[in-house]
Every structure is written in structure tokens, then in C-alpha cells.
Design a protein around this ligand. Structure first.
Ligand code: GTP
Ligand code: SPV
Ligand code: MN
Length: 590
């Protein structure tokens, strides 16, 4: 076996670990990634040659490639995702659990010899700016060149990570093998006590790019609890008002519920002078600053964004961003070597291959792109990219949003009374499921803080950690609940969404500074219509009334499902949340 480590020195801890892993997986070759441009070209050639990437029309889409995943491997598989702690209680009712010894043994058998005939790639990566107190190092081993090329866009990869790590042993060991892509032999296992992730049998997104959901959320959330910080499924955006002041906002929305879109929002023509600065579209790591505020970084370096629904009418920044140096996964391929998806600017194509590579029948009643088709692209390609992304201390957060897909009940926006009540709004978040995970779509489920699939420990303890963070942050962000997805009886969206969501952000910013008009209701502060909408928006008065209404009876009917959900956490439920639930019941019944 070729064991050359190339030109960069690799610390002894990494070398030892890779040696052990290689002994188990038995690759033909080991390839140490340095993150250079040269290397990217070599790897791309390998990927094209092996069929992992299909070159697209290089005139129209320079540097762009298409990847088609296995048919049974198109989304995260939450039922095959485990947190492996000594006690099941540490993982909590929110996680699938396996005992560490049992799962190591089970997966070892699948890994054994799984890389025969393949290359084992070693990817050192850094999450967060170099030299920042927020940042963490991981090393991923994988037998998928597609994963390497994605990790290269999604993280700071190669030498920069090794330099940050030095001789330390403090890195997350991320082992990944596609093995035979058999769903019966697919497992995504987390070992927080060993700072280790083992993923096998999938080559897709959050299952395989282990920096993302596995490290930056599941492992990091547990580290955050131990070390006194937060790892959240949140976008970070800077909103600049016409007077030039920038306010930073974080937003937690479940998968495929609008984070990427909000992170690179395009202000409507009627809101002149407003500007958007993108820091992150999926993950935030938050720490208390010496000024008592909460500061956030985006640990990632790229977007793994939902393609369907991305067009000039919805997200023109996103649409422009993916015209070069982008990897597309499971979109449709047109005759001229360009790509297409539902919601693309161009009309429905007559001649295209669908995401599986089969001739697509536009009349067939099925989509050309998979509903969870994605693009992978560097954050620097966003027209709204903010250099603040590089700041080691992050940006100060003035407001946090919890959002979800709800056809009914939940108003467009309302504000919590305080941090504890804000934590309660996050803890009771529920959303209609999407194609980002396997399983039924459109079913309402509880998804606290949009973290149900990503919290790496008992969610009751996680809420307790949120409340204790509130005590340390003397100047906490104001917390809001938002919902862009209310519909009328005929199924039409009541709110135009996308760029028009800036109207909601404008109110959020006013409220964060202690201004803005609101009515106090049992669920929180709801904006007055006139102060929210402003000039230049064509939405009927009755729709606006509906968007901002609080149906007291419907909320009362919801109380029991909230407390039933809380009960599943037993003693781990912090008293503060029980208190908030009682107080809500009292306000609704009062
Ligand atoms: P993950 O990457 O899975 O975590 O998702 P995300 O939260 O970043 O979701 P994204 O912004 O990619 O949006 C997912 C889908 O929701 C896309 O099809 C969007 O077009 C649609 N969407 C986003 N914002 C809005 C909105 O304000 N209104 C409506 N109706 N749809 C929206
Ligand atoms: C999500 O599902 O929330 C994503 C995509 O952001 S994945 O990387 O697959 O988790
Ligand atoms: Mn996500």
C-alpha cells in the first residue's frame, strides 16, 4: 500500500489513526489531501473518469459538474442515525441509541475490507476561522472522491487545518465508507465521548459530509454543553438599513424551510437602501462575548443548498451563484449539457434526463430534479458574501428567529417576552416534514430549535443548557417565531415570502432596539399590521389580518400536545420550560 504523506507534515496522532483505519478497510492506496488547486484538478479528473462526476457544458457553466447519487441514497436517513453513549438516557428520547461497544463491533464488520480496490482519502479540515477560539479541527477518511470534492467546498481543508491543529490530538475522527451503499448496512453513528463519527453505506450529503451535521451539530452540540457554548442549525445574516447600520440575525428553520434563502435575501424594489450580508446559511456556533452579548461564527465554508425552487423570482442571488464552480447533485440534465430543476428560470425542457439519468417525460407527473436535489458551492461565490465570515470573534447577534412550515395557527411573526420564553418558543417548534430526510413529507412533527435530527444529547439537557446560557448573556438577542408558510383554504400561500421577508426583519430589528409597534397577546408580541407592512406590498387587508391573527381556541387545543411532548423528557425537562407552559395556559385561559 502506498503510504506517502506528500509534502505536508502530518501529526503522529493522525498518522496512527489513519493506519488503524486503513488496516480495517484495506484500501489499495492512501491519498493525503492538502487542499491545493492542483489537487482539485487531479481529483476532478479521477471523479470524471470513475463516473462520480459528469462534466457539464463548460462554456455555460464553467467548473460545474453533475453527480447522480444511488437511487436509495438521496436524503439524510434519520432512522439509521445513532448517538452511541454509555447510557441511553444521555442520548435522550430525541436520538436513536446503540451501546458504543455493540455499534463499533457491528460497523467494524461492514468496514472490514470495504475499501478494497479503492483509494482511502484523508481530509484534514478546519471548522471556523483559523486561529479563532470558536474553531475545531476534524479529519475525515473516505473512499468517495465526490465527498472529498464537496468537503473541499464546504470546509477549510488541508494545510490550514493541520497548521491550526499542530501536534494536538484534539480533532474529531470522522470515518466514512460508502461500502456497498446497501441501506440494510447503512449506519451513521456518533461517539461524543470518543470525539468520533463512523458513517457507512451512504454517499449522500449530511450522511457522508461528516463535517456538517455529524460534527458541526451532533458532536459540537455536546461539546458546547461541556464547554459553555451553543451549536445551532441557524443561518447568520447581516441586515444593513438605509442609514448604514448592520444588525446581525440568526435563524433556525428546519431542513428545507428557508435558511439559505434568507441568508442571501434580495430586498424588494420598494425597500431601497437595504442591503444583505451573508455570513452563513446552515450552522452557527455561538459564544458569550466579554460585552455580555452572544457572538456567532459560521463554521462552514460553503453551501449545500436545495436546488428546486431556486430561480430569479425567488432567490436571484442564489441562482447567479451556481453558474460556475458548482457541484450539482440529482438535478436534471438538458441536451446541451446544462442543468434544470423545478423552479428554474428556463421553461420546462422537452428533452432532458431526470435526476436518475432516464429520459424525462414532462407529462409524466413526476419531477425532473429530485425534490432534495442540491448544489455545493463556496460561500465566497455568493453575491452577498460578507468578509465578516472570516472574523475570528464572529459577529454580535441582536435577534434570533425560530421558523417552521405551518399552514395554519402560527402567525407570520411574533416576539417572545424574554429569553426563557424565547427558549420555550424554540422548544415547542413544530414543522411540516420535507424531502431533506427520507420518510413522509408534509406531516407536522415537533422539531425543537430545528435541531430534532441534530442534537447530539438529551434534548431536555439541551434546553437546560439554553436556559443557563441565558444567565451568562447579560445582553441577550431578542427571540422571535416566524412562519412564511400560512395558506388559505385553497392552498395558496398568504405571504409572498422570499425578498418580502425583509419587512419582517425590519420589524424584528426595530423591536430588538426597543422600538416598533406591537400588540401583547397570550403567545407573545404580535406586530401591528401597518408597522410591519409599510409601502409597496400588494397583499390584501384580509390576508394580512389572517397572517397576524392569534386563534386563542386553536392555541388552547395545542397545549396538551406541548405538555405531552415535554413529558417524554421526564426529569430532564428544565423547570423553566414547565413554568412557561403553565404561564401560557394561564394567559390563554385568562
Ligand atoms: P437545509 O439546507 O435543508 O437546511 O434547508 P434551508 O433551510 O436552507 O432551506 P432553503 O432556503 O434551501 O429553502 C428550501 C425550500 O423552501 C426552497 O424550495 C425554497 O424555494 C423554499 N422557500 C424558502 N423561503 C421561502 C419563503 O419565504 N416562502 C416560500 N413559500 N418558500 C420558501
Ligand atoms: C439539512 O438536511 O438540513 C441540510 C442538508 O442542510 S444535509 O447536509 O443533507 O444535512
Ligand atoms: Mn440544514
Amino acid at each position: 500500500m502506498n503510504q506517502s504523506t506528500g509534502t505536508i507534515p502530518i501529526n503522529a496522532h493522525i498518522q496512527k489513526w489513519v493506519k488503524d483505519v486503513a488496516a480495517m478497510c484495506q484500501p489499495d492506496e492512501v491519498f493525503w489531501c492538502d487542499g491545493s488547486e492542483d489537487e482539485k484538478e487531479r481529483l476532478t479528473k479521477i471523479a470524471v473518469h470513475g463516473g462520480d462526476l459528469i462534466p457539464l457544458n463548460q462554456k455555460e457553466l464553467p467548473g460545474c459538474y453533475l453527480h447522480r447519487s444511488a437511487l436509495n441514497d438521496v436524503a439524510r436517513t434519520e432512522n439509521l442515525t445513532f448517538v452511541c453513549t454509555d447510557q441511553q438516557e444521555e442520548a435522550g428520547p430525541n436520538n436513536n441509541w446503540m451501546a458504543p461497544a455493540e455499534s463499533y463491533e457491528k460497523l467494524s464488520k461492514i468496514y472490514a475490507g470495504s475499501m478494497r480496490g479503492r483509494t482511502l482519502y484523508v481530509i484534514p479540515f478546519l471548522m471556523g476561522p483559523a486561529g479563532s477560539r470558536f474553531s475545531k479541527v476534524g479529519v475525515q477518511v473516505t473512499d468517495s472522491v465526490y465527498v472529498v470534492l464537496n468537503m473541499r467546498l464546504m470546509t477549510r481543508m488541508g494545510k490550514i487545518a493541520l497548521d491550526h491543529l499542530g501536534n494536538s490530538d484534539d480533532f474529531t475522527r470522522c470515518l466514512h465508507s460508502k461500502a456497498d451503499l446497501d441501506i440494510e448496512r447503512r449506519f451513521i453513528c456518533h461517539y461524543p465521548q470518543d470525539n468520533t463519527i463512523w458513517s457507512v453505506g451512504s454517499g449522500y450529503g449530511g450522511n457522508a459530509l461528516l463535517a456538517k451535521k455529524c460534527l458541526a451539530l451532533r458532536i459540537a452540540s455536546k461539546l458546547g454543553q461541556k464547554e459553555g457554548w451553543l451549536a445551532e442549525h441557524m443561518l447568520i445574516v447581516g441586515v444593513e438599513s438605509p442609514d448604514g447600520e448592520i444588525t446581525y440575525i440568526c435563524g433556525a428553520f428546519p431542513s428545507a424551510c428557508g435558511k439559505t434563502n434568507m441568508a442571501m435575501l434580495v430586498p424588494p424594489p420598494s425597500m431601497k437602501g437595504w442591503k444583505i450580508h451573508t455570513i452563513g446559511d446552515d450552522i452557527s456556533w455561538l459564544r458569550v462575548g466579554s460585552d455580555g452579548r452572544l457572538w456567532a461564527i459560521n463554521p462552514e465554508a460553503g453551501f449545500f443548498g436545495v436546488a428546486p425552487g431556486t430561480g430569479s423570482n425567488t432567490n436571484s442571488n442564489g441562482f447567479k451563484m451556481v453558474k460556475r464552480d458548482t457541484i450539482f447533485t440529482n438535478v436534471a440534465l438538458r441536451d446541451d449539457g446544462t442543468v434544470w430543476w423545478e423552479g428554474h428560470d428556463d421553461p420546462v425542457p422537452d428533452n432532458a434526463q431526470d435526476w436518475r439519468g432516464k429520459p424525462w417525460d414532462p407529462e409524466g407527473g413526476y419531477p425532473a430534479a429530485h425534490p432534495n436535489a442540491r448544489f455545493t458551492v463556496s460561500i465566497k461565490q455568493s453575491p452577498t458574501y460578507s468578509p465578516e465570515w472570516e472574523k475570528p470573534e464572529g459577529v454580535p447577534i441582536s435577534a434570533m428567529l425560530f421558523g417552521a412550515r405551518r399552514q395554519k395557527l402560527v402567525p407570520l411573526v411574533y416576539q417572545s417576552f424574554n429569553w426563557q420564553h424565547g427558549t420555550f418558543l424554540g422548544a415547542t417548534l413544530a414543522s411540516e416534514t420535507t424531502a431533506a430526510a427520507t420518510g413522509a413529507v408534509g406531516v407536522v412533527r415537533r422539531d425543537p430549535m430545528a435541531m430534532l435530527p441534530f442534537c447530539g444529547y438529551n434534548m431536555g439537557d439541551y434546553w437546560g443548557h439554553w436556559l443557563s446560557m441565558g444567565k451568562q448573556v447579560t445582553n441577550p438577542p431578542k427571540v422571535f417565531r416566524v412562519n412564511w408558510f400560512q395558506r388559505n383554504e385553497r392552498g395558496r400561500f398568504l405571504w409572498p415570502g422570499f425578498g418580502e421577508n425583509l419587512r419582517v426583519l425590519r420589524w424584528v430589528i426595530e423591536r430588538s432596539k426597543g422600538g416598533g409597534n406591537a400588540n401583547e397577546t397570550p403567545i407573545g408580541y404580535v406586530p401591528q399590521a401597518t408597522s410591519l407592512i409599510g409601502e409597496g406590498l400588494d397583499v390584501s387587508k384580509s390576508d394580512v389580518d389572517q397572517l397576524l391573527s392569534v386563534d386563542r381556541q386553536a392555541w388552547k387545543n395545542n397545549l396538551k400536545s406541548q405538555s405531552d411532548f415535554f413529558d417524554t423528557f421526564g426529569d430532564h425537562l428544565p423547570a423553566g420550560l414547565r413554568e412557561e407552559h403553565r404561564a401560557l395556559a394561564k394567559r390563554l385561559n385568562g
